[in-house]
Design a protein around this ligand. Structure first.
Ligand SMILES: [Zn+2]
Ligand SMILES: [Zn+2]
Length: 80
């Protein structure tokens, strides 16, 4: 049993509409994947605290090509 992100594990997909223009945003993956490049010594829990996210969540990055902007969307992890 462990906390897993349903999106990272391919069990669900997430459709995010841009709050500014309503365009469907492109999924860019989990934010940890980006942090890994810069902070290889941080484990996941520390990364989440830096991001200001409480609890078992996986923060995913979504990009709106219309606005040329990205947003961080916290995804609730599931216990399985
Ligand atoms: Zn995830
Ligand atoms: Zn947009």
């Amino acid at each position: 049993m462990e906390w897993v992100c349903p999106i990272c594990n391919g069990m669900a997909s997430y459709i995010v509409k841009c709050s500014d223009c309503g365009n469907q945003m492109d999924a860019r993956g989990a934010i940890e994947d980006y942090f890994d490049d810069y902070s290889p010594y941080l484990d996941k829990s520390i990364t989440q605290r830096i991001d200001g996210v409480e609890g078992h969540r996986c923060v995913h990055l979504f990009y709106c090509p219309n606005c040329n902007d990205d947003k961080r969307i916290p995804v609730n992890q599931i216990w399985m």
